[in-house]
Design a protein around this ligand. Structure first.
Ligand code: FRU
Length: 530
């Protein structure tokens, strides 16, 4: 089957080139169709969101209202590669089990509907409300393909739409665009946050490789307040899909503002990635915390170090009694997103995650964990303690528990060996490896032999690495495993790595390798949605 998979195009990363990439992919559509339908059913995740059909990228417009989590997403309903963007829509009671809904926003004469956000305007500051239902205001980027073709610089503008039926249908505002383009080619992905401290709406927008901060009283009239990013952090590509949230520091009353900022390329392990910055906000300007001054390209402030968590942002309007910062990301990478070997659908979201801000000595970190709602879907359980590892040691196989859709966790106490290796494999020779190099203080994921990899040269070529940030002598590992993805939460989510893979049959055996160490509290829970 590997050889059948010939995909010609190699996607470039700027949006302009994404268009030519799309063209290339169109030509190769017929060839990708040769991939058997079997691979498609095999790869579809059991408990991660994928659209029923066709192409998806970034999560958009997430808000919570009346017990329902809404997730919109970049969607091309007519093909399985990137194309004229719509906003698809899905709803859930718990961020785990999703129901796809009709398309929410379609392209029109002003352009494609690129990424953006939505808020419930509970006080009707926008005036769109009818006095009964609070209006939901979506803000998105219009991407005008004609302007782009003509070689103009100003073909991306910001627009709004409102919904009076809790996000089912939207009406585009007649005064669009609400923000004109000042002549910046990459000028997109507005993310709105309610700023109760300064009694205003804030919107962050990516502009080339900077973040622009806007403020508003009514969600229609926006004023540029400041810019952030010059010379700070990673700039290997265009900044995209920002998010800006105020977070309470764990175990303290301190509050800080966190700017989440995706970029492509320039991610920690190449291609797309999401970095973050912690600081203060005076109502207009975001100032980086002192502990992060002089942040260069190689900094360790990444929400996820794996290759497949991009453009992720948080839900708006989470009730105060809940108070969580809830995040979801797109589980792919622009290096190969258009070419991954699925047929009728393409791309999944990460598991929804809770973000927390911690402070150790003077260092702030955003840590992540899968939302606790995932625990409601626990299936069969397997546990084992004090497993001695010497050389290559098989720990558990599918006769004992199915590992293809599972949460697997374990601990290693008192790290003293140099290397710790783990793997998930099958009888066909596919193997997904991950582990920890104690000397280098580095985690890794190696998917080079994990199944189908040759659809793109950037997929299996390099081992992904991530720094260990925790200073504890015990290691905790939690892996969320679905048919085509692994999300590794090391040290309670201080270092996270998410990667996708395409094994030719399900991965069924968990093994470890190393010199004389023991695995404690191994726990495997199947995840079952029904
Ligand atoms: C990020 C991105 C956004 C853009 C969207 C287009 O993945 O490039 O910047 O709005 O995708 O689909």
């Amino acid at each position: 089957m590997k050889n059948k998979l010939i995909i010609l195009s190699s996607c470039f990363l700027s949006l302009m080139l994404m268009f030519s990439c799309k063209e290339n992919n169109k030509e190769s559509d017929e060839e990708t169709l040769e991939v058997t339908a079997q691979s498609d059913t095999d790869f579809r995740p059991a408990f991660h969101f994928t659209p029923e059909e066709n192409w998806m990228n970034d999560p958009n417009g997430m808000f919570f209202l009346n017990g329902t989590y809404h997730l919109f997403f970049q969607y091309y309903p007519e093909g399985n590669t990137w194309g004229p963007m719509h906003w698809g829509h899905a709803t859930s009671k718990d961020m785990i089990k999703w129901e796809e809904q009709p398309i929410a926003l379609e392209p029109d004469e002003q352009g494609y509907i690129f990424s953006g956000s939505a808020v419930v305007d509970t006080e009707n500051t926008s005036g769109f409300g009818d006095g009964e239902t609070p209006p939901v205001i979506a803000m998105f980027t219009y991407h005008d393909p004609k302007g782009e073709e003509e070689g103009r610089e100003d073909y991306q503008t910001q627009a709004i739409a409102y919904s009076l039926d809790e996000g089912k249908t939207f009406t585009k505002y007649e005064g669009n665009p609400v923000i004109e383009n000042p002549g910046i080619r990459d000028f997109r992905d507005p993310k709105i946050t309610r700023d109760n401290v300064h009694d205003q709406w804030i919107m962050v927008l990516s502009a080339d490789d900077q973040t622009m901060f806007y403020t508003s009283q009514n969600l229609k009239d926006w004023e540029l307040a400041s810019e952030f990013g010059r010379g700070i952090g990673a700039h290997g590509g265009v900044w995209e899909c920002p998010d800006f949230i105020q977070m309470k520091v764990e175990d303290s009353d301190e509050k800080k503002w966190v700017l989440i900022q995706s970029l492509n390329p320039g991610g920690y392990n190449g291609g797309s990635g999401t970095q973050y910055f912690v600081g203060d906000f005076d109502g207009k300007t975001f100032t980086l915390d002192e502990s992060m001054q002089d942040l260069d390209e190689d900094h360790p402030y990444w929400l996820d170090f794996g290759k497949d968590n991009y453009a992720g942002v948080t839900w708006a309007n989470i009730p105060e009694e809940d108070g969580r910062h809830l995040f979801i990301g797109w589980m792919s990478n622009w290096q190969y997103a258009n070419e991954v070997p699925t047929e009728t659908w393409r791309s999944a979201m990460t598991i929804a995650r809770e973000l927390k801000l911690t402070k150790t000595e003077d260092t702030y970190r955003v840590i992540s964990s899968p939302v606790s709602e995932l625990e409601d879907y626990k299936g069969e359980e397997f546990t084992k303690n004090n497993i001695e590892v010497e050389g290559e040691t098989q720990i558990v196989a599918s006769e004992e528990i199915d590992l293809a859709n599972a949460v697997l966790s374990f601990e290693i106490e008192n790290l003293k060996q140099q290397e710790y290796h783990f793997s998930l494999s099958n009888d066909g020779g596919d193997i997904l490896k991950f582990g920890y190099d104690h000397k280098a203080e580095e985690f890794y994921i190696d998917r080079s032999n994990s199944g189908l990899t040759d659809f793109n040269e950037n997929f299996g070529d390099k081992v992904s690495k991530a720094p260990r940030l925790s200073k504890t002598s015990n290691l905790k590992v939690k892996a969320i495993i679905d048919n085509m993805s692994i999300e590794l939460f090391f040290d309670n989510g201080e270092t996270v790595m998410t990667e996708i893979f395409f094994p030719e049959q399900p991965l069924s055996t968990f093994s470890a390798e190393g010199k004389n160490f023991s695995i404690n509290n191994l726990k495997i829970n199947q995840v079952k949605l029904n």
